[in-house]
Design a protein around this ligand. Structure first.
Ligand code: NAD
Length: 430
């Protein structure tokens, strides 16, 4: 076992108000009260099973040294190995990783994939480092958390600031340490290294599968008369914009961290993608007008897809949201206060643990294929993904309708109930 490793179950200390962890715990409390869970079980589910915090020294290309802090939080293993992404961002902190790990547990349970939840992160701005430096950071981080990851323990995947290259380095570092190739240790790998066809677009496809079902449930046609705005033009937002346009909707606005674009007649998404490939941002695209990124959330559109970062829909801007349907591509984009305001305004909010679960579903498919060394076609992957996403949408909307709950509380309650049942069936050791 490597050094610099702290593994400790952390008791559920209060999280500062308004943080993702506070939001995640508030959602759990609502579900626990609805389900009548005991205090002991509620506390167990509010608390990560295992946390690892490591320091990651980096030898920079110029010979100087830098140091980063990384975390891996495993929230729950009751239904199987832990599963969740690795984020590289300058604002990564332990509480945020705890919240994201908890949401992963609910997401896996809701989509009925046999995993618990985890999340990892390194506090680094990847844009300031070369590919060689990022490779060294990734390999050192992997070797520090190596004792707690593995295809039967905890399976990382890409998230903000990481991609299939990061996963290839993680897989290689883990495999070298084990002395043989272990394809199932991470998902979101390049296709040539045991990645799944359809994985790269899976979260966006799942977002759009659910968004189209949600629009139809509100009587909105899947046609050019229905408009959409997408916040974030990364791995999730870009594909979501493309698939919404492919489905026939008019995408009138998009944004990224540098700014936004609006065009009431619709943005030509393939042309915008070419612009982003060349420049790295949506800003400066000539086929639309510039827009302040924050204004995108308040535009008069039918569908709003926040697909960037958490905490963007707040008590301040939620009263100004005009969309009829909000589909959470990002994790935790809506604060509980914003959620109540949108409920009062009869806006249908499809929660993250349902809407963006396509990535973990196809991660599961990738893990199954890697463990069996037998690969499916892209059409098979997409058909199975759609079946799961629509199945979960139908379960959640039926449950919400029959119990008089919002989609978020219904989704969380269904997921928490499954995890609680697994925990209770296994019993408490010793
Ligand atoms: P990414 O890094 O590929 O893209 C993030 C995008 O958001 C970028 O375009 C960035 O410029 C933009 N952005 C950042 N801050 C912004 C702001 N304030 N306003 C507007 N745009 C902003 O990350 P991603 O993988 O697309 O993840 C986006 C969200 O989706 C995260 O919450 C992530 O946890 C969640 N998610 C991702 C996946 C996946 O498969 N990648 C799966 C489930 C959930």
């Amino acid at each position: 076992m490597t050094t610099a490793l702290t593994i400790a179950p952390i008791l559920a200390a209060p999280a500062p108000a308004g943080t993702p962890l506070d939001d995640a715990r508030a959602q759990l409390t609502e579900a626990a009260q609805f389900l009548g869970l005991s205090d002991g079980l509620h506390r167990l589910l509010a608390t990560p099973r295992r946390e690892v915090t490591v320091s990651i020294p980096l030898r920079r290309d110029d010979g100087s040294q830098d140091l980063f802090i990384g975390h891996r939080v495993q929230h729950n293993f009751s239904r199987g190995p832990a599963k969740g992404g690795i984020r590289y961002a300058p604002n990564v902190d332990l509480d945020e990783v705890r919240a994201l790990a908890m949401w992963m547990t609910w997401k896996c349970a809701l989509l009925d994939v046999p995993y618990g939840g985890a999340k990892g992160g390194v506090r680094i701005d990847p844009r300031n480092y070369s590919a060689n430096e990022l490779e060294r950071v990734t390999r050192r981080f992997t070797s520090e958390i190596l004792p707690v990851i593995g295809p039967e323990q905890d399976i990382p995947a890409p998230d903000i600031g990481t991609d299939e290259k990061t996963m290839a380095w993680m897989m290689d570092t883990y495999s070298v340490a084990r002395g043989h190739t272990v394809l199932g240790v991470v998902t979101g790998k390049p296709i040539a290294l045991g990645g799944s066809l359809g994985r790269a677009t899976s979260t966006s496809r799942g977002v759009v599968d659910v968004a189209l079902a949600a629009l139809a449930s509100r009587g909105l046609p899947i046609a050019s008369s229905t408009t959409a705005a997408v916040q974030g033009f990364g791995k999730v937002g870009r594909g979501a914009a493309r698939f919404l346009a492919d489905a026939g909707l008019t995408v009138t606005a998009v944004s990224d961290q540098y700014g936004g674009l609006v065009s009431t007649g619709g943005i030509d998404i393939p042309a915008l993608e070419r612009h982003v490939d060349l420049t790295g941002s949506v800003v400066g695209f000539e086929g639309a007008d510039p827009l302040d990124g924050a204004e995108l959330l308040e535009l008069d559109v039918d569908l709003l897809v926040p697909a960037a970062v958490e905490g963007v829909l707040t008590a301040e801007n939620a009263p100004c949201v005009q969309a009829k349907v909000v589909v959470e591509g990002a994790n935790g984009p809506t604060t509980p206060e914003a959620d109540s305001i949108m409920r009062e305004n009869d806006i249908l909010v499809v929660p993250d643990i349902l809407a963006n679960a396509g990535g973990v579903v196809v991660s599961y498919f990738e893990w199954v294929q890697a463990n069996q060394a037998y690969w499916w076609t892209e059409a098979e992957v997409e058909a199975r993904l759609k079946e799961r996403m629509i199945g979960a949408w139908e379960q959640v909307s039926r449950y919400a309708g029959s119990k008089g709950l919002t989609l978020r509380t219904a989704a969380t309650a269904l997921a928490v109930e499954r995890v609680a049942e697994a925990h209770t069936l296994r019993g408490l050791y010793p």
